[in-house]
Design a protein around this ligand. Structure first.
Ligand code: GLC
Length: 557
């Protein structure tokens, strides 16, 4: 598929990623085919049937490269090698071929800001300052330099500098001390990056997630985030990608304040996609306060993106529910709603999965999914969230949300035959894929039908967004229509059907106000949830507590 085709069935000439549904996998905890208690690349391949059945278009593999796993693989010790516990390069090649054979896509994670200290470059750099790798990292004699650069893992590290006995100098690191930052002032580092991009793109990848991308450069008297030198490097990388791999795309992890986050799109010449860090905490805030305003207030800042770019929407990922960029007031509010116990804290955020965050309340979980799938952007499902997986707060750091996928009931959860899985399996009756797959009322089946409904409405991902004014503060009412330029096939009934999305954040039912249905001509038809016996909706009908409705006028008489 090329950039001019969509991954949905519509005929809209849009880049494939703009409306794709993504699924994040941590290879080591997904599916073990070796019986060692550790997931493998072969294990991912074995589950492609499932992912396709669910409606996933593109897989994102978190790092599976050689690594001492101090930071679960985000500390890479060799970019060009598969971690032996996960399999071989041949397994990776088989996986990508199998993904493509199904018309699906695959992206991988690139952590370019830093390496593991076990990386050969760092080992050489510390031993031989005058050698070819001497200048690959950020060395210095003054551990007080860059005082304005924040420490990200504040609860573990007290400085961004650590002393290296071998070299007799300090090295700079934004994350754990085992993850020294690469020196982007050295052109040789740029060459290394481009060559590893070539290596992986040569395997047929469809793109990359760029980890921790705001932090590449350091400069005195700056906070060292999103500074012009870093943006310039991103533009250089984009030019390189466009020239050599025009169908590939890059999604940025840029956890920055909203206006700064948008900088990563440039005018369409930087990242194709940026994770929607500005929106994510607002979804939780809306649930916590029963108010639609946290979402309504941020939306205007998120619209009107440059052509060819898109938000990557997410509810959870492998990290803590990050609260770095919210105000102190909002952080306290979210702590009091979602952090009942300090053992669940990781860094500044909360290491819990979606279902437990929602008190396992099915309505709230569905509401959150409906928001992620219904707001403008491309949705990213974190493995296990589609079955309401639980977490294990007794595990260190963010491992609480990185436990093995539950495929079947019983010991090993269908994840492994080993009695000693790498991480404990979190129990839970009825939580496995096998139990939910054939139960039409399961969360899994719900998520699957939501994905299908979304795919039937390309205006959700790429259409116009208009807020419908309603008086009830707990109700979010939105009108979605396809943009004029996207209505290429006039005979396509979906091309012109407006969609009204209503979300109720109140813990009680709300009557649908008349003005919410005006764009539909007064009567709405339920797009999803019709298995509950509702098909036609009129003003005055109730939306249940924490309920939502996607309504169209498609079949109105
Ligand atoms: C990103 C990753 C996180 C990792 C950090 C350092 O934020 O998502 O898991 O710890 O970068 O690589």
């Amino acid at each position: 598929m090329t950039h001019t085709e969509l991954s949905t069935q519509s005929h809209v000439p849009r880049p494939w990623y703009e409306n794709a549904v993504f699924y994040q996998i941590l290879v080591g905890v997904f599916n073990d085919t070796a019986g060692e208690g550790i997931g493998t690349l072969k294990g991912v391949e074995e589950k492609l049937d499932y992912l396709q059945w669910l409606g996933i278009d593109c897989l994102w593999l978190s790092p599976f490269y050689a690594s001492p796993l101090r930071d679960d693989g985000y500390d890479i010790s060799d970019y060009l090698t598969v971690h032996p516990e996960y399999g071989t390069m041949e397994d990776f090649e088989d996986l990508i071929a199998a993904v493509h054979a199904r018309g699906m896509k695959l992206i991988t994670d690139l952590a370019l800001n830093h390496t593991s200290m076990d990386h050969y470059w760092f080992q050489e750099s510390r031993k031989n300052p005058e050698g070819p790798y001497g200048d690959y990292y950020v060395w210095g004699d003054d551990p007080d330099r860059y005082p304005d650069i924040r420490i990200i893992f504040t609860d573990v590290e007290s400085s961004n500098w650590s002393f290296d006995e071998v070299r007799g100098q300090y090295y700079f690191h934004r994350f754990y001390k085992e993850q020294p930052d690469l020196n982007y002032d050295n052109p040789a580092v740029h060459e290394e990056v481009l060559s590893l991009v070539d290596f992986w793109m040569g395997k047929g990848l469809d793109g990359f997630r760029l980890d921790a991308i705001p932090y590449l450069y350091e400069r005195d008297d700056t906070g060292g985030e999103s500074i012009p030198e870093t943006i310039e490097f991103i533009e250089k990388l984009r030019v390189y990608m466009d020239e050599h791999y025009p169908d590939a795309f890059m999604v940025a992890e840029a956890n920055q304040p909203p206006a700064e986050t948008r900088e990563y799109f440039g005018d369409g010449n930087r990242m194709h996609m940026v994770f929607n860090f500005p929106l994510m905490p607002r979804l939780y805030q809306a649930i916590a306060t029963s108010q639609a305003s946290p979402i309504e207030e941020i939306m205007p800042e998120l619209l009107h993106l440059p052509p060819g770019t898109q938000w990557g929407n997410f509810l959870r990922n492998h990290d803590e529910l990050t609260l770095e960029m919210v105000s102190e007031f909002e952080r306290d509010l979210l702590y009091s709603a979602f952090l009942p116990h300090d053992s669940m804290r990781a860094h500044l955020g909360i290491a819990r999965r979606l279902a437990p965050l929602m008190d396992n309340d099915r309505a709230k979980i569905e509401l959150m999914f409906a928001l992620m799938f219904g707001l403008p952007g491309a949705p990213f499902v974190y493995y296990g969230e589609e079955i309401g997986m639980q977490d294990d707060p007794s595990l260190q750091d963010r491992d609480a949300v990185r436990t093995p996928m539950q495929w079947e009931p019983g010991p090993g959860a269908g994840f492994t035959t080993s009695e000693t899985p790498k991480r404990p399996i979190v129990g839970g009756f009825g939580l496995s894929v096998a139990e939910q797959r054939h139960d039409p009322d399961s969360l899994l089946r719900f998520v699957r039908s939501l994905i299908a409904a979304r795919k039937a409405h390309p205006e959700i991902g790429i259409g116009n967004y208009e807020s419908i004014a309603v008086t009830e503060p707990s109700l979010l009412a939105i009108l979605r229509t396809l943009k004029e330029e996207d209505r290429v096939i006039a005979s396509d009934p979906l091309g012109s059907a407006p969609l009204v999305c209503l979300y109720n954040f109140a813990p009680y039912p709300i009557d649908i106000p008349k003005q919410a249905l005006t764009p539909l001509g007064g009567v709405g038809h339920v797009e999803i949830g019709s298995e509950h016996g509702v098909s036609e909706v009129r003003a005055g009908d109730a939306i249940p507590a924490f309920g939502y409705l996607w309504l169209s006028a498609l079949y109105s008489a």
